[in-house]
Design a binder for this molecule. Sequence first.
Ligand code: SF4
Length: 365
Amino acid sequence: MGASMNGIAAAIGDLVQKIGRPVRLMEVCGTHTVAIFRHGIRDLLPAGVSLLSGPGCPVCVTAIADVDRAVALARQPGVLLATFGDLLRVPGSAMSLAEARAGGAQVAVVYSPLDALELAAANPGHQVVFFATGFETTSPLIAATLLTAQERATGNFSILSVHKLVPPALRALVATPELAVDGFLLPGHVSAIIGVDPYRFIAAEGGRPAVVTGFAAADILEGIWLLLRQLAAGAARVENQYQRVVRPEGNPRALALLDAFFEPADAVWRGLGTIPASGLTLKPAYAELDASRRLPVAVPAAREPAGCDCGAILRGLKTPPDCRLFGRACTPERPVGACMVSSEGSCAAYHRYGQRPAPPVGPAA
Ligand code: SF4
């Protein structure tokens, strides 16, 4: 677009006037949520534009049952569970991984799955299990680590895969009758892997515009402007604002690596329930790398935290300040739900940067 931030903001204001009604847009990705707050983008937008957070924070959408399974694994004798740090404090039904560690379970924080593989090499007397979470951005790195584990013939390494796929979750959202969202800002980094085509259904079936968007302030404003331009014209297309990074076909090498190790499987998402083919499980040929097959554990039925509206927030039906626990019983220091734990969680971002509530939920035009 090539305009200054204030110039884009002014163009957005013109489009909102042309549309003539309040517009609600969902930033699907937690990284966008944080960038929007950090850059003060809400303050640049006219009152008629509301931004809602979506299901794109991997920690937030990890089901409590999956946290419980990781805790149960970590408490097995001889198991060392490796995890990204932001999962450590996510409350499970009975305890978090941090609490399990305080109780004697072996839990290590790692910065990459390769670190977990190194842990396996350094601890030959343990079974090292990597708690593999995240979207298409992270899963190719896990697949590369599995390839390395195979090449090294590491016998004491496996993963607990709770990977999620973004397009099936968006498909479930778009099919939700109460969805009050006029358009979607799509995650730039996930799209760098999967490309643009997997999102076409949003326009074709959901009748809503969507824009793959980068993470700089100017990217996000331009993404919003592109969405509003479509809405003002009565159009619904999938556009790519982030062309300097995202190719239409994505990253074929990363996709091939994923396809070599994983296959889609039904997955449980916090707030969205079970979504068909929305997760990644290891192919049967790699059972020795699959902790759920290699180290089965019994896990009681999961219990959701009472009063937590995380699920409704991840579906764009509520904003964090709508939750009666927000900033009171639930804070970053004492989180009740996952959305307050991760730095990319909507509740944590609202809490850190302040908030401007969205207008009451009503049907999108
Ligand atoms: Fe859940 Fe806490 Fe967010 Fe409320 S503020 S929705 S309890 S994470």
